[in-house]
Design a protein around this ligand. Sequence first.
Ligand code: ACO
Length: 448
Amino acid sequence: PKNVGILAMDVYFPATSVLQDALEDFDGASKGKYTIGLGQDRLAFCSDLEDVISMSLTVVQSLLQKYNVEPSQVGRLEVGSETVVDKSKSIKTWIMQLFEKAGNTDIEGVDSTNACYGGTAALLNCVNWVESSAWDGRYGLVVAADSAVYAEGAARPTGGAGAVAMLIGPNAPLVMERKFTGTHMSHVYDFYKPKLASEYPVVDGKLSQTCYLKALDLCYGRLCEKFEKLEGKPFSLSEVDFVVCHSPYNKLVQKSFGRLIYNDFIRQASYLEGSISANLEPYRCLPLEESYSNRDLEKVSQQVAKPFYATKVEPATLIPKQVGNMYCASLYGGLASLLHQKAGDLHGKRALMFSYGSGLASTLFSIQFQECEGHFTLSNISSALDVARKIQEFITVSPEEFDKTMQIMETRYGANDFKPVAKLSNIRPGTFFLTGVDALYRRSYDVK
Ligand code: ACO
């Protein structure tokens, strides 16, 4: 099979949300810390009616319906998530309900977990399957889904929730350029979830930022090397039209892009000349380790990157800024934003995708866009995503209600024998929701 990649996509995020501006006041943070400092507008969250399973069911059902895909046409289903509902039973097995009722239980794949990287692991698995001798001609289906919640404190405003589903197959409008990838994996304690009775991570915020930027540097260097070997010409951001990054919060994406420009400067990319080069010149010989903590370099590289950021990065930031960190779904929420904003203008263009999961696992990979015939087209994906409507339908609740919900969710995590108390009016029609968890911890769901 040729041109294997993403044929179709859908995105889901809860309607319930809180404004970052209001959260600043509620938390007593200095004005602008979350909106300008972190670069976030809004945070979407699950009430006790929704969880990672219901969001996954919603987004898969919606994708199958919108693109007229029969459940029997799917031969592999992979889920990426770090939201642990059960230590043994995969989220994939719950989603099987949608396929079993159509008589299809012949579907390979289970869940992949490593912080925010699971969705990428799932995507690479599905693409590899379609490209392998095991492929039986059916579609692969990837689900990346998470509910990102933090304990009260500095990290709480970087929460979020959502799910993305992607249909995988040949002759795709989003072709995975599998040969152009860079990967870096390593053992660190920057963000982890050792407390099995709590949904909250243990997080070293500053360390996680540095790990993220170092991983980006290493992945970029490796991707450049591969490209240069295969294509016989230097690689730089001039080969790339868009950059989509895993987005814990937008400020880190701004810093990442500045970092890529700095990489290009060190690698003497020819498009960086005149004042840009002059501004970065004082930092050319900065020892690598120091370059991660040098605030002047951070400022200057963000400043010189600005005009490029507006065209190459900004279009992919809409959903991440509105929804918050969706962990595994975050990078793909960025990709959905890009399709929403630029569908008519993507043919022949290339996006670099940076996936980072703490702990850590990271991969930078490349997607080439091409307009296709039939119903798997760039413009059909863009209209199926229906991003503008979903954003318009946000229900804004007060920070007090958000805080109260977080408290209820703490008591729900790992609990049995309860029925949700949240209002059904707060979810959109067509959404799956939890109807209850019985004494034996068995969960049941219904559709609104
Ligand atoms: N107006 C404008 N900007 C402000 C204001 C203000 N009033 N106050 C602060 N800021 C800026 C700060 O200068 C800083 O920006 P800078 O880094 O460009 O200087 C930014 O707002 C954040 O302020 P900090 O003091 O650095 O914030 P704090 O340390 O309290 O928390 C953190 C930020 C560490 C990101 C925290 O939210 C966190 O731990 N989040 C979870 C971890 C995370 O997401 N890591 C990313 C990779 S791993 C992953 O994806 C989970």
